[in-house]
Design a protein around this ligand. Structure first.
Ligand code: NCD
Length: 355
């Protein structure tokens, strides 16, 4: 089997997800049995962007498996502040660690890192693009507490343009049968074109709507997200959209008695505090599931050992025009292209390429 990273949930087959989930269940029920599984292994955490849950859950996951963790959570304290390239940082850290967990503000950064790393790279969020391990937490919660993911009607609400957890979740849910998606967002925060093209290509059932209340009664899962302030180029656009969706106890009255409310957290104001005590509010449980799901993932990826990397072509001019794409910042990256929904896309950030 070829060397595996986790960059995009599309990298996993449904069978691989099921293996991770089954292991995760066993870890949840018999955590102590796993305390030496990654004994002697070292995880390098490169957090170029703020994080609470993802960073702590990856740290505690590795510690619970008997391994150790080093890294930074402020790039100002690393050589990046001196102008070091992502390539060089990854080359170095992959010599020290057995697995790299990276969060970076640039879209496609994890894919770029995987080209140079001798050890598996796990994408802990690349700009507004993808966040596959949050999706592990999301799916684990639905599978464990609902019993099945097939057939679920899910409302995904909030900033669907910039919310990376949303893009990964849609990619993952495409692997299941008869999922119905209600995509609830103001028009200017609708899903990016590449996600829509993917959904069309996969023949997924989806409705893009602007109102939360009319669709609430139809949902089995409501996935709330915050408006991603830090991704807005125009501060007025943030002001226009902040506070646009707020889930309250009153709105929940119209929901199914067993609907699950999920949220990747952090919450700003999109779920009122009085919802927290409703049995349908599963977001803190979801964060807990995330640690166990990451344990199951680490067991799988971190134990692959080191590999020798292939030489990588040196790029000269980025093909991709997305200003947030990693190829715009790290200009030596080779131009990589892939097909999505019939059109050519940047293989780092998925943006459609203009010819
Ligand atoms: C999310 C993220 O970082 O994308 N948080 C997380 O990892 N749990 C969601 C968010 O920041 O809104």
């Amino acid at each position: 089997m070829s060397f595996r990273h986790l960059i995009d949930f599309g990298d996993l087959t449904r069978g691989e997800w099921e293996e991770i989930y089954n292991r995760c269940q066993d870890i949840m029920d018999h955590t102590k049995d796993y305390m030496d599984v990654c004994k002697g292994m070292i995880q390098g955490n490169l957090f170029f962007e703020p994080s609470t849950r993802t960073k702590f859950s990856f740290q505690t996951a590795m510690l619970r498996l008997g391994g150790s963790v080093f890294g930074f959570d402020d790039p100002k304290s690393s050589s990046t502040a001196k102008g070091e390239s992502l390539k060089d940082t990854i080359k170095m850290v992959s010599a020290y660690a057995d697995v790299i967990v990276m969060r970076n503000p640039k879209e496609g950064a994890a894919k770029a890192a995987s080209l140079y790393s001798e050890v598996p790279v796990i994408n802990a969020g690349d700009g507004g693009h993808m966040h596959p391990t949050q999706t592990l937490a999301d799916l684990t919660t639905v599978q464990r507490f609902r019993g099945a993911i097939d057939g679920v009607s899910i409302g995904i609400c909030g900033d669907l343009k910039n919310g990376r957890t949303v893009h990964s979740l849609i990619k993952a849910l495409a692997k299941f049968e008869n999922v119905r998606f209600y995509l609830i967002a103001p028009r200017e925060l609708a899903i990016p074109d590449y996600v829509r093209a993917f959904m069309q290509e996969q023949h997924l059932w989806f409705a893009e709507v602007t109102g939360l209340e009319p669709v609430i009664p139809r949902l089995d899962v409501l996935y709330m997200t915050r408006i991603q302030r830090e991704r807005f180029i125009d501060p007025l656009a943030y002001e226009r959209n902040k506070g646009i969706y707020v889930l309250t106890k009153r709105k929940l009255e119209r929901a199914k008695k067993d609907m699950m409310v999920l949220h990747p957290l952090p919450r700003v104001d999109e779920i009122t505090l009085d919802v927290d005590d409703d049995p349908r509010a599963m977001y803190f449980e979801q964060a807990r599931c995330g640690m166990y799901a990451r344990m199951a993932l680490l067991m799988d990826l971190a134990r692959q050992g080191h590999r020798k990397t292939e030489p990588v072509e040196i790029g000269t001019n980025p093909l991709c025009e997305n200003p947030n794409c990693i190829t715009q910042a790290e200009r030596y990256l080779p131009p990589l292209v892939k097909k999505n929904g019939g059109s050519l896309c940047c293989a780092y950030c998925d943006s459609q390429l203009t010819d």
